[in-house]
Design a protein around this ligand. Structure first.
Ligand code: ADP
Ligand code: ADP
Length: 218
């Protein structure tokens, strides 16, 4: 199943900046696609279109599911809520019942390895744990398509490698389609089944390759 299908996508911001041009990109279920490229080449813009935060100015940007998860570089947790209630937030906004969201949150917290930390506030957590809380919050929506905008970019290298392994495990457990943005080519190759290289202003796709020996994910 194709979850995301972009054809000849262009985006021009209101100030006239053309951020993206002629982008063709597909993500199928079970695929984990990473996008690498230097700052300013339109990677975030691409993800913002995929998540519906921006609309393509030209071309066709189809997303074939309404279950889209989105994780930013900043974990964006509410500081006054503990892990449990931060994770429940999205389910709450979807009007799930209290019992439903409790169960969803418990499962997600377990999946990211935060069981036992439910009552901790964000400031009592390490950066990696905050990011895992943010991941868990997105997981409560059972996303079919998961969008990651440099989620581990602000973390130290050891935590980052650890979380990359966690993400591979999550992917194996949930089999979502993934679209992951990073500056790091090694991270891209480690995580993905396919790497897309973007460059230039406006940003274009300049190369794409299947990872020859993707990490096992089941
Ligand atoms: P990347 O994520 O690869 O760093 P971005 O998608 O953030 O790239 O930005 C692509 C281009 O669009 C850059 O030239 C950036 O300055 C510009 N840009 C990003 N957001 C806006 C905006 N809201 N308004 C105008 N220009 C923007
Ligand atoms: P990560 O962020 O990937 O969990 P860390 O090195 O930051 O890795 O933390 C390693 C472990 O230390 C955590 O999994 C947790 O068990 C414990 N830990 C970290 N921060 C705290 C904290 N604020 N309170 C209690 N335990 C913590």
């Amino acid at each position: 199943t194709t979850l995301l299908d972009f054809r000849d996508v262009q985006l021009t911001y209101p100030n006239g900046t053309i951020a993206l041009s002629g982008v063709d990109l597909r993500v199928d279920r079970g695929e984990f696609v990473t996008v690498v490229g230097p700052s300013g080449c339109g990677k975030s813009t691409l993800l913002r279109i995929a998540s519906g935060l921006e609309q393509a100015s030209h071309g066709d940007a189809a997303v074939a599911t309404d279950r889209v998860g989105y994780v930013f570089q900043d974990a964006t947790l509410l500081p006054w809520r503990d892990v449990q209630t931060n994770v429940e937030l999205l389910a709450e906004l979807q009007w799930q019942t209290k019992a439903e969201r409790r169960a969803k949150a418990k499962q997600a917290i377990d999946l990211v390895g935060l069981t036992g930390f439910e009552k901790h506030l964000p400031r009592q957590l390490s950066g990696g744990m905050r990011m895992r809380t943010s991941l868990a919050r997105s997981l409560t929506l059972d996303p079919e398509l998961f969008l990651f905008d440099e989620p581990f970019g602000a973390l130290d290298e050891i935590t980052r490698e650890y979380l990359n392994d966690e993400l591979l495990k999550l992917f194996a457990a949930r089999r979502f389609g993934g679209l992951f943005i990073t500056h790091s080519v090694s991270e891209a190759v480690y995580l993905s089944t396919k790497v897309i290289v973007m460059s230039g202003r406006p940003g274009r796709i300049v190369d794409a390759f299947d990872v020859p020996f993707p990490m096992p994910r089941d």
